[in-house]
Design a protein around this ligand. Structure first.
Ligand code: PAF
Length: 252
């Protein structure tokens, strides 16, 4: 696996590669799990080369405490990527991604103010800004995003269309454990009891017949609710368990 930390050197390599090969790109914030691996395996299957980025993007954390406690497992992540025969890893520093000091940003005026956008002001500005930069650097044929962050995926898809980004934006189904809990890097911050409540949250979101029933059931387990919304044939929710913010969504 070739590792790049310098943005322009990485971009130059990708520009050379894409002349006669296809590139599948999986952007991540590290703390890799089976959800990321499913995206990587798909990227490998559908492209000549697989490129992964690891960058914990500070501008998408509206809460500095959330950023501080985000799990950092770089060495372990590299081992996983090598085991899965990833060809390239891009792991930049802040100044490589924000040479402008975050002077420029990308914002969206509709979807980004709903659901998670209501509760995390500035979050999607940070996400869209970093993803636009990463897409410009990776020069990929296809980029892969998990459906667990469905609102994020839709916003990235719309941004790529709006800015004529030639990369195809692809979503892949949420990977869940045997009890239905959506895999997430944040799950490793939960206590054993927290994991049980997170599983209960995932099962309730899927099985309950309406919003009132979900609220009632989550209240029983003292799960703090940010929101539960049904929007465009999907049920979305964000909750807090052990002070960790978890999101999930299911088709309805
Ligand atoms: O979903 C994530 O891991 C992040 O939001 C992303 C897309 C890598 C941007 O930082």
């Amino acid at each position: 696996m070739k590792i790049f930390t310098d943005s322009l050197i990485f971009q130059k390599e990708m520009l050379t590669l894409k002349k006669n090969k296809t590139i599948g790109f999986v952007p991540t914030m590290g703390a890799l799990h089976e959800g990321h691996i499913s995206l990587i395996e798909r990227a490998k299957k559908e492209n000549d080369f697989c490129v992964v980025s690891i960058y914990v993007n500070p501008t998408q954390f509206n809460d500095p405490k959330d950023f501080e406690k985000y799990p950092l497992t770089y060495e372990q992540d590299c081992e996983i990527l090598r085991k899965h025969n990833v060809d390239y890893l891009f792991s930049p520093t802040y100044s490589q991604i924000y040479p402008d000091g975050f002077n420029f940003e990308v914002s969206e005026k509709n979807l980004s103010s709903l659901l998670c956008g209501k509760f995390r002001p500035g979050h999607f500005v940070g996400v869209l800004t970093v993803v636009l930069k990463l897409l410009n650097l990776a020069q990929a044929t296809k980029a892969y995003f998990g459906e667990k962050d469905y609102q994020q995926f839709k916003l990235i898809e719309k941004m790529a269309q709006a800015f004529f980004i030639p990369t195809e934006i692809i979503s892949s189904p949420t990977i869940r454990d045997k009890d239905g809990l959506a895999l997430s890097s944040r799950n490793q911050l939960l206590s054993t009891e927290g994991i049980d409540r997170a599983k209960y949250f995932a099962q309730t979101l899927k099985r309950a017949s309406d919003k009132n029933e979900i609220i009632e059931k989550l209240n029983l387990k003292e799960i703090e609710i940010d929101y539960i919304e049904e929007f465009e044939n999907r049920r979305y929710s964000a909750v807090r368990i052990d002070n960790v913010r978890l999101i999930d969504n299911v088709p309805i």
